[in-house]
Design a protein around this ligand. Sequence first.
Ligand code: DQA
Length: 152
Amino acid sequence: MKILVLNGPNLNLLGRREPHWYGTRSLAELEGWLRAAFPEHELDWFQSNHEGALIDRLHRAETEGVEGAVLNAGALTHTSYALRDAIAAVSFPVVEVHLSNVYAREPFRHRSVLAPVCAGLIAGLGPWSYYLAVLYLVRSRHERFPDPTARL
Ligand code: DQA
């Protein structure tokens, strides 16, 4: 399965940026780890600090056979109606993820303008948020209720 993993503003600083919220692993380490967890799937990894670049990448994915996306939009989560419209415009499911528990933080982080057009939202579980989002995209295509005997 081809899955787009989109990372928004400031996530390129992962590992150095507010490690108490985001941990000490870099974005490249997160990418390597996720690829290792899902070797049989094609992960298209993308990071940009620019709203338009993320929107362009989503549009392009539609023509590239992408069947699902994991999106950590960073602070654009809380503000970007343009990104929300782009998510609504594509035909594949998008799972919103956050490393930190946004609901345990400042009030402006409690609202996601993207969540209503996403398949679902996973927050606060660090790298597990990404892992569980990919797992959902891969398995929910075949299993409405997760097969309790399956490992991946
Ligand atoms: C974040 C949470 C956002 O509120 C913040 O702006 C980020 C990272 C997270 O992964 O926890 O940049 O999306």
